[in-house]
Design a protein around this ligand. Structure first.
Ligand code: HEM
Length: 541
């Protein structure tokens, strides 16, 4: 039996050989003529300045100004990465040629540590099979049936805020960290809608799931130290089938990811065991669909137990903090723009009157969809605050990426397409694309929901599943939950704006768009406090 040191030596030699062969190939890359920032460190390339930027988008916006909507950065150990923010390039990589641009293997491994073998991390045939099973859960008709339950949870949230306003010394306003309230609201919503499971996060901040989500993204991915970036930078040299060996490396951030997965799978297992005997034929809630798929004998429709439990962990993680953070930013912008808040409240009041006139007692999805200004506010928030601010892919063949806006190469030549080699690493800059002036106008960096009331959108290259935004991605790996998120935001935000007036705190905090794996609102002076969005709340008149 070979000794441990012999194995370590063999692994080291293997990594060195993989590293040298990759570097030789990288020297011959087509994209060497694409302009980009100089590397700040041989070992880390531009990684540290990207991962340690103060606000999400700082570096993307600067490099877009300098180099156009496509640029090249250096990764750790001298590799290179092609950033794209150009609409046609995004459409090509995510939609037209999506199957040739799979997820970056090493990054995906991190997703797997956190969400198991569910939809976010599944690739190839496993992804196609899982998506086919899960699609009915996210059909428009199925999601509409969830809306009354979204409204109930939203009403519970507004009841809790009203109680706080009525408690105590007759004050007419309270300051609340709306970020924490919204996070608990969306946790209750996703667990209720998808698994018919009552978490009770709005009643009790201290349950197991809310505890683990306390600062989850800040603790697990914000400002990784250089040594972590160097360690993770090595993953790309490890063959995919050996990556699993790294799962038990004792880094604090990975330990937190594994802890979440273990807890989510344990809760999922309890729910599945209850459901196994009672699952009804034809019911399309996520839990029933998953249990039926696990019981299916058709290999094209079957998920094994681990996939089924991973799917539930995936839905809880992907479908909870994403929507909560987006709504925190939305309320923040409404507090900064009282005139927009008032316009939205008047629109909601007009719909309320129509509903009462027809003898109804609450808003339905068709009312939400018919509210132009409210939807414009949701779209503008998704544009300025894309929670998944970028994501990584690689090319599985030599290819040519078309551009809507030509860029100047190092040679001085103007290129309207970029040639890339097989294996080329690509980062889709969602935050960059969402602010490209030729798509969004000269005020692309400003808050202006009215841009969505204008129908110029139709003339643009079509990108993404919603409002021409890249925020939910596009094509085969687009967010399966985008309609769920939009219905959920409509249900919660309409409730809050109808009932409450929101203002910035008297001593306004400097809120940072922190670059964790998701875009988190932090108090710049006290980042260690985790997600913060303090707002003054009073009853609306
Ligand atoms: C504002 C809210 C949300 C945003 C901005 C968002 C964004 C995204 C993005 C950008 C992706 C693609 C990531 C990539 O390709 O690397 C994605 C995938 C995904 N999202 Fe969402 N999401 C949101 C809400 C939700 C909700 C509510 C659910 C579930 C109820 C959900 C479930 C998923 C799943 C399962 C995937 C993987 C899909 C696949 O790979 O086929 N998301 N999301």
């Amino acid at each position: 039996m070979p000794s441990l040191s012999a194995l370590a030596l063999a692994f080291g030699i293997f990594l060195t050989a993989a590293f040298i062969s990759r570097r030789v190939k990288e020297k011959r890359r087509f994209i060497k003529d694409v302009r980009g920032p100089p590397s700040s460190s041989w070992l880390l390339g531009n990684e540290l300045e990207i991962r340690h930027q103060s606000d999400v988008g700082d570096v993307d916006f600067q490099w877009m100004r300098e180099y156009g909507t496509v640029w090249r950065t250096q990764t750790s150990y001298g590799g290179d990465n092609l950033y794209i923010a150009d609409p046609k390039a995004l459409q090509y990589v995510l939609q037209t040629s999506g199957y040739h641009y799979p997820k970056n293997i090493a990054e995906n491994f991190m997703n797997k540590m956190m969400m198991g073998r569910g939809l976010v991390s599944a690739i190839g045939d496993a992804h196609r099979r899982q998506k086919k099973v899960m699609n009915p859960v996210f059909s428009s008709a199925q999601l509409r049936s969830f809306v009354p339950s979204f409204r109930q949870t939203a009403a519970k949230l507004s009841h809790k805020w009203t109680e706080l306003l009525q408690a105590g010394d007759g004050t007419t306003e309270v300051e609340l960290n709306v970020s924490s309230w919204l996070s608990r609201t969306t946790l209750d919503i996703i667990c209720n809608a998808a698994f018919n499971h009552h978490v009770g996060a709005l009643d009790n901040e201290e349950n197991e799931l809310t505890k683990i989500f306390d600062n989850f993204f800040t603790k697990s991915s914000l400002y990784p130290p250089a040594r972590d970036l160097l360690y993770k930078g090595l993953w790309k040299y490890v063959p995919a089938n050996l990556l699993d060996l790294l799962e038990y490396m004792p880094t604090r951030q990975d330990a937190l990811r594994r802890k979440f997965l273990k807890l989510a799978k344990r809760i999922a297992k309890e729910l599945v065991d209850e459901k196994m005997c009672t699952v009804e034929k034809g019911s399309k809630d996520a839990l029933s669909v998953l249990v039926r798929s696990n019981q299916s004998e058709d290999p094209k429709a079957q998920m094994d137990e681990d996939e089924m439990l991973s799917q539930m962990a995936t839905l809880i993680l992907a479908g909870h903090e994403t929507t909560a953070s987006t709504m925190s930013w939305l309320l923040y912008e409404l507090a900064r723009h009282p005139e927009d808040q008032q316009t939205m409240r008047e629109e909601i009041a007009a719909f309320r009157r129509t509903i009462q006139a027809r003898g109804g007692n609450d808003f339905g999805t068709s009312d939400f969809e018919a509210m132009p200004f409210t939807n414009a506010v949701i779209k503008e928030t998704l544009r300025l605050y894309p929670i998944a601010h970028n994501f990584n892919r690689y090319a599985d063949r030599d290819d040519v990426i078309p551009l809507a806006q030509p860029v100047v190469l190092k040679t001085g030549k103007v290129a309207s397409e970029i040639h890339i080699n097989k294996g080329q690493a690509i980062t889709v800059s969602v935050v960059g694309y969402n602010r490209v002036p030729s798509v969004w106008g000269d005020d692309a960096h400003e808050w202006n929901p009215r841009r969505f009331l204008d129908t110029k959108e139709a003339r643009q290259t079509s990108v993404g599943v919603y409002a021409n935004l890249a925020t939910f991605s596009a094509g085969i790996r687009a967010c399966i939950g985008w309609r769920f998120a939009v219905f959920e935001m409509q249900a919660v935000i309409v409730e809050l704006v109808e009932k409450f007036e929101l203002k910035l705190p008297v001593v306004a905090l400097d809120i940072q768009r922190a670059p964790a794996q998701s875009l988190v609102p932090l108090d710049r002076a006290r980042p260690q406090d985790g997600a913060q969005m303090p707002l003054r709340v009073s009853l609306a008149h």
